[in-house]
Design a protein around this ligand. Structure first.
Ligand code: HEM
Length: 419
């Protein structure tokens, strides 16, 4: 056991037991961040801020929310919105942050793809990030069920039904997830448990892995330059701060991030105050009714591109039914970005504009995802520019899959051969 002497103060007392000075150095004051980054590297800290906002506003709501099919709708739309003082404000804060967190998640993910920050030692950052994305999706879906409005009920119906497509055990899984033959009270209570307890715990655990896996490979930079962090950190500590290519995580990096977080929070509270409605579907202000199917069921904006891929395969192929092909494509879309480090066959870490083919690939991917989202909101039986929506959906889905599975490997193999 270490030798314990009389502490000179509180910090020293903890230091002798928990090595807090060393921990602080490794994780904060001597954790080096490149100087050559932009506001796009503030997205991680904005996401962290939004998670805290979601957590605090969620705590406020859960004090009045009732997880019971007979009470849930009124506890949200009457008790919280009308009776509890400022209950409406906490609800708007929670709903807006739940929507905006996806906007920032997409930006954060796309920035990592653009700068190719998912390889050469950064694979675990990528994998833990994708896990966060999937858990946030489950968190959003389970939260959407809680007000027990029409969209809550029917979205739960559609999504739980999807598991029925799994061969042999599908129906048993659907029943197991619902806790009943139909979406009903046990379904609501288990999704409530997931939303307020299990999933937030998992988010915190995976966040810890995400931050830890950033520590050793360090974050990438605007030019993909390979920096000798030991050497540059040493220069910084010797006082050659302007010559060094790095700054410490605290106070250098976080102080700048606080500035970006502040700007973001102005935009955020503007949305909460004046445009909260974008985060709430009007159909969900009608109580859940199992006898009345809404004419057009669609998910929140951040799931639309995947939803359109689910609907995109409208024809049977041999023994495979259209619904099954759609389900396989949907499952692939859900996890597809996990495999970006595998689909990228080159070891080059550089911003997209340095490789013309990769640059074009990146923007076609972004445009394709936006178009998929736009069509995901439209009814499947309509037509745009004289072409039926189902053909649009099919073409855009094929483009998405092709871009990842075929085009990315081809252009990165060509790049590998060149360098
Ligand atoms: C709540 C969720 C998340 C939080 C709080 C978070 C937080 C952070 C932070 C603080 C950083 C360092 C600074 C920065 O580059 O922004 C970072 C970097 C990174 N994150 Fe996340 N992240 C989250 C989700 C994701 C997701 C969904 C992905 C996508 C797969 C991802 C992939 C990455 C990558 C690849 C880096 C390294 C960037 C670089 O090297 O330049 N993260 N994250």
């Amino acid at each position: 056991m270490a030798h314990i002497r009389k502490a000179t103060g509180v910090w020293d007392w903890f230091d002798q037991r928990l090595a807090v000075t060393k921990f602080f150095k490794v994780m904060v004051s001597e954790y080096w961040i490149p100087k050559n980054i932009s506001f796009l590297w503030a997205m991680g800290v904005i996401l962290m801020t939004l998670f805290i906002v979601l957590f605090v506003s969620g705590l406020m709501l859960v004090m009045y929310y009732k997880p019971d099919v007979n009470l849930a709708f009124d506890s949200v739309n009457f008790t919280i919105m009308k009776e509890v003082e400022y209950g409406w404000l906490w609800r708007h804060i929670h709903a807006v942050s739940a929507s905006v967190v996806f906007l920032i998640l997409y930006i954060h993910t796309l920035v990592a793809i653009y700068y190719r920050s998912y390889k050469q030692g950064r694979e675990m950052i990528w994998v833990s990030g994708m896990l966060l994305f999937i858990i946030f999706s489950a968190e959003a879906f389970s939260g959407y069920m809680l007000p027990w409005g029409q969209m809550s009920y029917w979205a739960a119906m559609v999504i739980t039904n999807l598991f029925g497509g799994i061969p042999v055990v599908g129906d048993a899984i659907v029943e197991w997830i619902r806790g009943d033959y139909a979406v009903s009270d046990p379904t609501l209570t288990r999704f409530f448990m997931l939303h307020v307890c299990l999933l937030p715990l998992v988010v915190v655990a995976v966040l810890a892995v995400h931050f830890y896996s950033l520590r050793f490979p360090h974050v990438n930079n605007l030019d993909g330059e390979e920096i000798d962090f030991e050497l540059e950190g040493e220069k910084y500590l010797q006082g050659k701060t302007s010559e060094s290519k790095v700054i410490p995580f605290w106070p250098g990096f976080l102080a700048k991030d606080f500035f970006y977080v502040s700007i973001f929070m102005i935009f955020f509270f503007y949305l909460v105050g004046f445009h909260f409605d974008f985060a709430m579907d009007p159909i969900n202000f009608e109580p859940a009714n199992s006898l009345k199917t809404p004419t057009h069921i669609y998910p929140e904006w951040y799931f639309l591109w995947e939803y359109e891929i689910l609907r995109g395969f409208y024809f049977d192929v041999g023994p495979l039914k259209a619904a099954d092909i759609g389900l396989i494509a949907f499952a692939f879309a859900g996890i597809s970005l996990f495999f970006i480090p595998l689909f990228d066959r080159s070891s080059v870490v550089a911003p997209a504009y340095k490789n013309k083919a990769f640059f074009i690939w990146f923007w076609v991917l972004v445009i394709d995802m936006i178009l998929l989202s736009l069509f995901g909101k439209l009814p499947a039986d309509g037509a745009e520019l004289g072409i039926e929506n189902k053909y649009w959906g099919f073409a855009l889905s094929i483009i998405y899959i092709g871009l990842l599975v075929v085009v990315l490997p081809l252009i990165t193999i060509a790049e590998r051969k060149r360098v």
